[in-house]
Write a protein that binds this ligand. Structure first.
Ligand code: PLP
Length: 416
């Protein structure tokens, strides 16, 4: 029963330092969030000790009666949350969910059609070095000059290449996708439609974004981004795909499920069905809209700052620095210096190399979870706009960030 601090002070110190970093800075990486204490409690529970290969009621190990309860609750809750016929809550991560989904829908060598990584797609949607790019014949669609997914190109490529699977989903895109149009195109070429809603699942759960489950054959997601749960993945689908997907996850790609994480997922699905969660997602989207407005204002434009697609419908914005004297790396460093964490991000047809880039991806989910209001987001947006100008007052911006962080304490009970 030795505590972490007693048993391993070096790791305890790293954990404490990370808690302090999360508490004292403003987290604006679009894929991050703060899991509730109850979620972390489930994830840190004795369920981590249990082997449970198989599925509830059909396990290859004894003693699964309690983890069966937790996993079945997770399945039932996530099906209800998104209106899905089938759910698999075992994928260890978003990438694992995508791997299992893709191999259930297609064979190596088949053609897949997804959004280009450099235009906002994800590694698992066909990137050269990823399993998807190595084992499948990848055709990529792009965004147009306005920064919107080019549906005419999707249709043209689908007809030309007749893919087995069309992938709709993104890691860096500020608008809603037209799922009905994706479905129409998929039907026309007899392709499966797979939607990866990893980024926007929380908005879907809150009813603030069209629900891809109504259109797609298979929907995958992470549970830790807008959805606000533990790190992990899920797969939702029509019942017809249940057997293939279950066997693709286990024994196809995974061994024993992480029942402690699955229990934590269940807790986060309960939270995601609440009114408080809906209100939080509304503040998330409102915060992103405020950021977009501020970073397209005349003084930001004069500093060479702009926002791709001119705004946002979701929880993130993509800052375009092609006309700024700052590149993505320098802009990321400046915001880091004042206490705001974001990630640099390539813009379509980026003139700078991938490790430098000409853009930033800035998201609002973590700050909305922390309780930030529209007024707070207005202040954050002003701090960011100021930091991206040719000259800026570091001490003043640091002080403003500290005031915001102090106003919304994070995990107040966790400090040792
Ligand atoms: N799918 C999309 C659209 C993502 O943005 C991500 C994460 O960045 C993933 C899948 C992969 O999730 P994970 O990092 O949990 O493997």
């Amino acid at each position: 029963n030795t505590s972490l601090h007693e048993l391993d002070p070096e790791i305890a110190a790293a954990v404490d330092a990370e808690l302090d970093r999360q508490q004292s800075t403003l987290e604006m990486i679009a894929s991050e969030n703060f899991a509730p204490v109850a979620v972390m409690e489930a994830q840190g529970s004795v369920l981590t000790n249990k082997y449970a290969e198989g599925y509830p009621g059909r396990r290859y190990y004894g003693g699964c009666e309690h983890v069966d309860v937790a996993e079945q609750i997770a399945i039932d809750r996530v099906k209800a949350l998104f209106g899905a016929e089938y759910a698999n809550v075992q994928p260890h991560s978003g990438a694992s969910a995508n791997q299992a989904a893709l191999f259930a829908l297609a064979q190596p060598g088949d053609t897949i059609l997804g959004l280009d990584l450099a235009h906002g797609g994800h590694l698992t949607h066909g990137m050269r070095l990823n399993f998807s790019g190595k084992q499948f014949n990848v055709v990529a669609y792009h965004v147009d000059d306005a920064g919107l997914v080019d549906m005419a190109e999707v249709e043209r490529l689908a007809k030309e290449h007749r893919p087995k699977v069309i992938i709709a989903g993104w890691s860096a895109y500020p608008r809603q996708l037209d799922f009905a149009e994706f479905r129409r195109i998929a039907d026309e070429v007899e392709a499966f439609l797979w939607v990866d809603m990893a980024h926007f699942a929380g908005l879907v759960a809150a009813g603030l974004h069209p629900n891809p489950v109504e259109y797609a054959d298979v929907v995958t997601s992470t549970t830790h981004k807008t959805l606000g749960g533990p790190r992990g993945g899920i797969i939702l689908a029509r019942q017809a795909f249940a057997k293939k997907l279950n066997s693709s996850v286990f024994p196809g790609f995974q061994g024993g499920p992480l029942e402690h994480v699955i229990a934590a997922k269940a807790v986060s699905f309960k939270v995601a069905a609440s009114e408080e969660f809906k209100e939080r997602q509304a503040r998330t989207v409102e915060g992103a809209r405020i950021l977009a407005e501020r970073l397209t204002a005349p003084d930001a434009r004069a500093a060479g700052v702009n926002v791709l697609s001119g705004g946002t419908d979701v929880h993130l914005i993509l800052v375009d620095l092609r006309e700024s004297e700052l590149d993505g790396q320098q802009a990321e460093d400046r915001l880091h210096e004042v206490g705001i964490t974001v990630n640099r991000n390539a813009v379509p047809n980026d003139p700078r190399p991938p490790m430098v880039t000409s853009g930033l991806r800035i998201g609002t989910p973590a700050l909305a979870t922390r309780g930030f209001t529209a007024d707070d987001f207005t202040e954050v947006a002003d701090v960011i706009a100021s930091a991206l100008k040719p000259s800026y007052d570091v001490d003043d911006l640091k002080a403003r960030v500290k005031t915001l962080a102090d106003k919304h304490p994070l995990y107040p009970g966790l400090n040792k």
